[in-house]
Write a protein that binds this ligand. Structure first.
Ligand code: BES
Ligand code: ZN
Ligand code: ZN
Length: 508
């Protein structure tokens, strides 16, 4: 589906369908309260055709209320109700755009959206951005393995504006940005939805290598098992011990054109478990289902990296992905094993299902060696995150409040739900081991997500600002967001990360 901007009036009438937004106003109080349609911003021919409709007096332009008719020149028109203008946010527009896609894509090939009528706060650029993002993110389905594919008739959408010609350049920039980010998110969703018999560590690394080749100013390094051994990433190797495939560490780095010694360096780190059986601490069947998505952290940070570098950030950006599956065999790591991590700390592995923190531990240590100012990791780390936050909110931890605040600000901008959780000394004490420096689980049933966070904290070098995003809840099914698939990978947190990389306050 192609989305383009048009400011030339000949385009207005083109297409199989014209979508026009309606608002309303509440008048009076109590029993006398009435809702009045606001439609003086509509194109003249739509106003004229609407005025002649029998249903016109009953149409109030409430949020979600639509009315379709044939205009005087024979074109189809749909009026899309948004409710009281002062209540409508750009997020509402994004969600409505997704609903427009879902409502019309199967039937119409060429749709024109009267973008002027949707414009909020007289900010045409942000309006275009929200509409574009909603449409493009909704245009996603994982039908690769279906004999009968999903039906998308929609070929192109024209965002038409008569009155915002002066904002043309800015609006085009916003649309391009929405496109870059949505494409990266949809690419990441595909990776997560791919089944584990197809996407295993070796094939995953190859797909990423191939994709990253097209990114400008990006260097690619992929560590194989021998190189991972040389790096002493024994925690990662312990998780890989039963796998039919070699582990991989993907290391991508980007430098802006004008880099100097003051240029900030942000490192993204992702958990890439192509499947998590739990290992010898085997998951019960029902909990194992869906564990192909245990690489969503790596797909999230890769998608953010891919989109961000295409938008030329002024920071150095690195991306580190720890990739393996967590399998079962005679060579699987046994609970009670003590393993020496890359950073020299000894780890007692009491539960082989707490494997994400092992993989990330070594990869975080490797990432810190590249000298970043900021490290942000994303991982489907704990089931406890779902208990705490559900599938709606991403919980995160940080060792630096300025970084945490900047991330929260970025999340609010895009917007995505994010909530900071605390780290206290007692959590740290809880993962002390009798026989090793640390153990990989805390006391059963208590603050499970935080115990994961304090484990990771052991692998962050002094002076590095770090945040850990536990995306176990938000990475999957998003029934309530129209621009996310109700089933499968969501792509949530990519937009927050891109916003942070491009506009975050990096002066820590
Ligand atoms: N990949 C899981 C976390 C997970 C579980 C994500 C359910 C989404 C839904 C992780 O590797 C894991 O199994 N964690 C354990 C940790 C425990 C053994 C301390 C968990 O959450 O049960
Ligand atoms: Zn696990
Ligand atoms: Zn896992």
């Amino acid at each position: 589906m192609d989305i383009s901007l048009h400011f030339d009036s000949s385009k207005e009438a083109q297409g199989d369908l014209l979508v026009v937004a309606a608002f309303n106003k509440k008048d009076g109080e109590g029993k006398k309260e009435s809702t009045k349609l606001v439609n003086n911003h509509w194109p003249k021919h739509v106003q004229d055709a609407f005025a002649g409709l029998k249903q016109a007096p009953n149409y109030k332009g409430n949020l979600g209320e639509t009315l379709s008719f044939t205009s005087l020149d024979g074109g189809r028109v749909i009026i899309w109700g948004l409710g009281q203008k002062s209540d409508v946010t750009f997020e509402n527009l994004r969600r409505e755009a997704a609903k427009i896609f879902k409502g019309l894509a199967a039937e119409y090939a060429h749709v024109t959206i009267d973008a002027d009528s949707f414009t909020l706060k007289n900010d045409f650029g942000r309006t275009v951005h929200a509409l574009g993002e909603g449409l493009l993110l909704a245009n996603y389905g994982f039908d690769k393995y279906l004999t009968v594919k999903r039906k998308v008739a929609l070929k192109n959408v024209v965002l038409y504006s008569k009155s915002h010609g002066r904002s043309k350049a800015e609006a085009q920039k916003q649309l391009d940005r929405a496109q870059t980010i949505a494409e990266a998110i949809n690419f990441g969703r595909d990776l997560v939805n791919e089944p584990p018999n197809v996407l295993h560590s070796e094939s995953y690394a190859k797909i990423l290598e191939q994709d990253a080749k097209s990114l400008k100013r990006v260097k690619i390094k992929i560590l194989n098992k021998a190189q991972i051994k040389k790096e002493n990433m024994n925690l990662l190797l312990s998780v890989n011990a039963a796998s039919a495939y070699e582990p991989r560490v993907v290391h991508l780095s980007y430098e802006p054109a004008k880099a100097n010694s003051k240029t900030k360096h942000i490192a993204l780190v992702g958990k890439g478990l192509t499947f998590d059986t739990g290992g010898l601490s085997l998951k019960p069947g029902a909990s194992m289902m869906g564990m192909k998505f245990d690489m969503a952290g790596s797909a999230t940070v890769y998608a953010a990296f891919r989109a961000a570098v295409a938008l030329h950030p002024e920071v150095k950006l690195s991306c580190f992905l720890g990739i393996t599956d967590n399998a079962v065999s005679a060579t699987a790591t046994m609970p009670d094993s003590i393993i020496k991590a890359r950073n020299g700390k000894s780890v007692e592995i009491l539960n082989t299902d707490a494997e994400g923190r092992l993989v990330l531990g070594d990869v975080l240590d490797y990432a810190c060696d590249q000298g970043p100012d900021i490290v942000i990791d994303a991982a489907t780390l704990t089931g406890a995150m779902l208990v705490a936050m559900g599938t709606e909110v991403c919980g995160f931890f940080s060792n630096n409040q300025k970084l945490a605040d900047a991330l929260l600000h970025s999340a609010g901008q895009v917007p995505e739900y994010m909530w900071q959780l605390p780290i206290v000394q007692e959590y740290r004490d809880d993962i002390k081991s009798q026989v090793a420096d640390i153990k990989n689980i805390g006391s059963a049933g208590n603050a499970g997500s935080a115990k994961g966070a304090v484990f990771l904290e052991h692998f962050i070098k002094k002076g590095v600002a770090w945040a850990h995003l536990d995306i176990a809840g938000v990475a999957g099914d998003q029934a309530f967001l129209p621009y996310c698939p109700p089933k499968g990978a969501s792509g949530i947190m990519v937009r927050t990360l891109v916003e942070f990389i491009l506009n975050g306050k990096h002066a820590l």
